[in-house]
Ligand binder design. Structure first.
Ligand SMILES: Nc1ncnc2c1ncn2[C@@H]1O[C@H](COP(=O)(O)OP(=O)(O)OP(=O)(O)O)[C@@H](O)[C@H]1O
Length: 209
């Protein structure tokens, strides 16, 4: 991110200049309302723009040498994991994963293979036909991550994804998410209020301004 700034009604919310390396996990911490989620939305291309919203942005978000500014959200190849897993309740686990697969991956067998591999790496072999409502919190969290990863992102954003998990599960899922991000060499930006998340990531901790 090159001198990325976000102003809200003239007030500087975010002013950040940072390069995140492949497989590096950077933690973004700051008080409530300091613009952390707005920065993630800006990177994803979903920050409401125009005078009515009051946001004004500057600088450049660059991924793999290409500026993301002006690209539609679906063309940015940025994956984001939220506090809520947002699994579709009317689709099976396999259906949720299939939904994320890019349309460029063609052929039933190839698509099924990707889904099976994702379930296996999440320790969820044989879960394809399960209703998400029948999963434990940890299982849902792992499906949610796999759904993001199956969309083949070039960068990963984490918006307090562990805050609703109890302590033991949080440690487990945090390790799983960080391992996957590093394994896939994804530059990762994590927003959190929890200093333990930053400590577990072991990388740089930055502020929105
Ligand atoms: N869609 C929107 N339209 C107008 N203002 C917004 C919108 N979304 C957020 N804001 C405002 O932008 C500011 C930054 O909010 P943001 O959610 O980015 O902060 P945050 O650091 O992520 O907060 P938290 O830690 O509480 O989630 C706040 O003043 C908020 O009220």
């Amino acid at each position: 991110m090159r001198r990325v700034s976000i102003r809200l009604n003239g007030r500087v919310l975010v002013d950040i200049d940072i390069e995140i390396k492949p497989g590096e996990i950077v933690t973004l911490m700051g008080p409530s309302g300091s613009g952390k989620s707005s920065l993630l939305a800006h990177i994803c291309g979903t920050l409401p723009s125009g005078n009515a919203a009051g946001f004004e942005v500057g600088g450049q978000v660059v991924l793999n040498g290409t500026s993301l500014d002006g690209l539609a959200p679906q063309d940015r190849h940025v994956g984001i994991l939220f506090q809520d897993d947002l699994l579709f309740p009317h689709l099976s686990v396999g259906g949720n994963l299939a939904f994320a697969l890019p349309s460029t991956i063609r052929g039933r067998d190839e698509r099924q293979k990707r889904i099976d591999e994702a379930l296996e790496s999440a320790g969820l072999d044989g879960f394809a036909d399960r209703d998400p409502a029948t999963l434990s919190g940890g299982q849902r969290a792992r499906v949610a991550l796999m759904r993001v990863l199956l969309s083949e992102p070039n960068a990963l954003l984490l918006d307090e994804p562990f805050s609703k998990l109890d302590t033991e599960l949080r440690d487990q899922i945090r390790t799983f998410v960080f391992d996957q991000a590093r394994l896939r060499g994804l530059p990762t930006l994590m927003v959190t209020h929890d200093p333990d998340d930053g400590a577990a990531a072991g990388g740089r901790i930055v502020n929105p301004v």
